[in-house]
Ligand binder design. Structure first.
Ligand SMILES: *Cc1c(COP(=O)(O)O)cnc(C)c1O
Length: 485
């Protein structure tokens, strides 16, 4: 690739008078734009021929890394292959061209998809009913906490203002609780990386609105004390919230509803294969146990006889968006569920778990494994086992880019200094996983024999190591023309 020519910003490729498109002839007669609405000067837009534009964006897109390019073991994010049939269904004009204000008798098929999808999630999780409206996992958490608050308030119980969150939780848990106006109380983890029930006992009283739990937790561990935890929290009048962003390892194995959880969210964009990244698009459906359905947000879809109806008023009076969320994401996730069917969806959890444990066991002689028990869909290394040459988790992550892999999630969870969280998903072949293991092994050898090559990585990517502190403090997000004075 000729970076000189194509790596430039599109504005720098601009030449005065060049044109890539001309508008069709005006068929509607001449209508003056009112004087006060007219531009005083021309808009500063790049002027390029069509081929230059096509090459520019195609070359930029080749610098992207996605699941369709290579292995993407980003823990907690479940970067799962999105089969093309998902895209084909979501792009069908019968779905894609619907207007949100269309009368319900003209979009019965779409309403049926919404209704059947929420039923499918209810069956998968053992809960009663779902809303598909929230736009992301964090939005689902906020919705779920609003439901919990509405439930307590409906009983006249106004003093419940606290939410218990484990110290291993995803950052969105305390953030959502804070946005909902609730106070966050942290419960500690044991040395084995699971919720410390003794610590929890001391935190429970009649001001607790709910406890949020992620299971398997962010260390990829199944929380073994859930029966006792849910008993204690319910006994003090609180509700149990399940962060099901990563439901992958549970599919077909066990259900949050059966474990005593009252409210949960799922990330369709992690668990059910729909693509995500760069802030969207997402979908964070929220499910509730029997008795809490009336607090679900509106609009929702009801089935009466053979027809589907849009319901626009609900008892909890919770609105998390005017319409039905990211419908395209639901279509992709629903297609994925139907493609696997009842029988094959049961294999997702066991295969994701097998792949994660295989990587963990194959590399624990060269990477530090702080918690050695059987993991679920992901696990955490605490950097290299031998740290004497000063090679950090950041360096290993950057070196992986040189070998054509996306980096794992790093420095999360916060329980370990050099955390490296690896999640392979169920889709990867043994050959792919073996070559990833071989590469991480090779990097561990380099860290011992030639640490500088790892510390200065990446060497083969279009941009070298960026100063991420500067990028976070002074982000340059728009191109500004440097005008000569
Ligand atoms: C990703 C994730 C979330 C948040 O989901 P978003 O869609 O990114 O808002 C919450 N909890 C856990 C455990 C997650 O992995």
């Amino acid at each position: 690739m000729n970076n000189q020519l194509y790596g430039n910003l599109i504005f720098e490729l601009s030449r005065p008078g060049r044109c890539g498109y001309s508008l069709p002839k005006n068929k509607f007669g001449h209508h003056e734009v009112p004087a006060e609405m007219r531009r005083k000067a021309d808009a500063e837009l790049p002027e390029c021929d069509e081929l230059t534009v096509v090459r520019h964006y195609t070359n930029l897109s080749n610098n992207n890394f996605g699941v369709n390019n290579g292995f993407y073991p980003l823990g907690s994010c479940t970067m799962k292959y999105n089969p093309i049939i998902n895209e084909e269904i979501a792009a069908m004009p019968q779905f894609a061209a619907i207007h949100p204000l269309q009368p319900e008798d003209t979009c019965q098929g779409a309403l049926q998809v919404y209704y059947d999808m929420q039923k499918a999630l209810a069956a998968i999780t053992g809960l009663e009913e779902f809303t598909l409206n929230p736009f992301a996992g964090a939005h689902g958490e906020l919705t779920g906490l609003m439901i919990i608050r509405a439930y307590h308030q409906s009983r006249g119980d106004m003093k419940r203002t606290k939410v218990i969150v484990p110290d291993s939780a995803h950052g969105t848990n305390p953030a959502s609780a804070a946005v909902c106006g609730l106070e966050i109380i942290e419960v500690k983890s044991t040395a084995e990386g699971v919720v410390d029930v003794n610590d929890l006992r001391g935190l429970l009283d009649d001001t607790v609105a709910a406890m949020m739990m992620t299971n398997p937790n962010t260390l990829g561990l199944f929380e073994p004390e859930i029966p006792e935890i849910q008993r204690l929290v319910h006994e003090c009048g609180g509700l149990m919230y399940y962060d099901g962003a990563n439901l992958n390892p549970m599919l077909g194995v066990c259900r949050p509803g059966d474990m005593g959880f009252d409210v949960m969210h799922i990330n369709l964009h992690k668990t059910f294969s729909t693509p995500h990244g760069g802030g969207g698009p997402g979908s964070g459906p929220v499910g509730v146990r029997k008795g809490l359905e009336k607090f679900l947000p509106v609009p929702k879809v009801e089935k009466i006889g053979d027809t589907y109806h849009i319901v626009t008023n609900g008892e909890g009076n919770i609105h998390v968006g005017e319409f039905f969320g990211n419908f395209g994401v639901m279509l992709k996730a629903y297609t994925y569920i139907l493609t696997l069917g009842n029988e094959h969806i049961k294999l997702v959890g066991p295969l994701a778990t097998l792949n994660a444990n295989y990587i963990k066991e194959s590399l624990k002689d060269c990477y530090e494994l702080p918690i050695g028990s059987v993991c679920k869909h992901e696990f955490v290394f605490n950097g290299l086992k031998y740290k004497s040459t000063g090679v950090t988790t950041m360096d290993v992550a950057k070196r992986l880019l040189d070998y054509g892999y996306h980096a794992p999630t790093i420095y999360f969870p916060l329980l370990f200094h050099e955390a490296m969280m690896i999640e392979p998903t169920e889709n990867e072949s043994k050959e792919t996983i073996d070559s990833f293991i071989g590469t991480l092994r090779k990097i561990a050898e380099e860290a011992a024999s030639n640490p500088d090559v790892v510390k200065t990585a990446p060497h083969n990517t279009p941009t070298g190591r960026v100063d991420d502190v500067l990028a976070a403090k002074q982000p340059i997000l728009t191109w500004k023309q440097m005008k000569s004075i």
